[in-house]
Design a protein around this ligand. Structure first.
Ligand code: PGA
Length: 249
């Protein structure tokens, strides 16, 4: 039976190192999970807090340099090699907030994907349509375009690809698609990457919380969750993880 993944995207939170330290410490005291892999992705400055408390969870970054996987004259950047040597396990790429506020397009994302894979980081690659695209029934064509990045890096990918399907209109809004809609999209992503010879684990993201997690966890097509707001409280984050853990029983 394949693993489930519950990943917390802390975004630009919390404000202080002491708060990051407390949150990471509380998450590290989790009850043992045998089937669910937990991960947290703090901002760069809080990576050390997550790494100090690292027990069984993965630690990820929310961004990585595009121009090099190692070192160079790139002021303000943090490379995949630096992250790897720090003990970081994965990087989140393609998040809609990076696409929107930092103009990250397929060209930049392909470079970041390549650098991350070269340095041996796992990648959680986010895709998803806006409200307008959803209303215009363009979800699948938007995904085709966003997933085309993988055609460039096929040779570098070993093992499974982790994709997070995050409809932009569901992020931080309390809105979610129906389970049937999510399942249809997840099946589409799996089939699409399968045609490229890749196996995809597809997580759902967008307003996942401790109350609705069990519903998502019940679907064999949902391989986990990428959680924003609800990952900032250890209790709700761990409740979501428990929902995925128990979905197997
Ligand atoms: P949310 O964010 O859970 O707060 O909706 C999810 C995300 O942006 O990854």
């Amino acid at each position: 039976m394949s693993k489930k993944y519950v990943i917390g995207n802390w975004k630009l939170n919390p404000e202080t190192q002491a708060q990051a330290d407390t949150l990471a410490g509380q998450i590290s005291e989790q009850a043992a999970l045998s089937r669910c892999i937990l991960g947290v992705a703090p901002s760069f400055v809080h990576l050390s807090s997550a790494l100090i408390h690292k027990s069984t969870y993965w630690v990820g970054s929310q961004d990585v340099a595009a121009k090099t996987a190692t070192t160079g004259a790139f002021t303000g950047d943090v490379s995949a090699g630096q992250l790897k040597s720090l003990g970081v396990d994965f990087v989140i790429l393609g998040h809609s907030e990076r696409r929107q506020y930092h103009a990250e397009d397929n060209r930049i994302l392909a470079q970041k994907l390549q650098c991350s894979l070269q340095a041996g980081l796992k990648v959680i690659f986010c895709v998803g349509e806006t409200q307008q695209q959803y209303d215009a029934k363009q979800t699948l064509s938007v995904l085709d375009e966003q997933l085309s990045v993988f055609s460039d890096v096929l040779q570098q990918i070993q093992g499974a690809v982790l994709i997070a399907y995050e409809p932009v209109w569901a992020i931080g809004t309390g809105l979610t698609p129906t389970l049937a809609e999510i399942e249809q999209v997840h099946q589409y992503i799996k089939d699409k990457l399968n045609q490229l010879g890749l196996t995809a684990h597809v997580l759902y993201g967008g307003s996942v919380n401790a109350k609705n997690a069990a519903q998502f966890a019940s679907s064999p097509l949902i391989d986990g969750a990428l959680v924003g707001g609800a990952s900032l409280t250890a209790q709700s984050f761990l409740d979501i993880a428990q929902a995925f853990e128990q979905a197997f029983e």
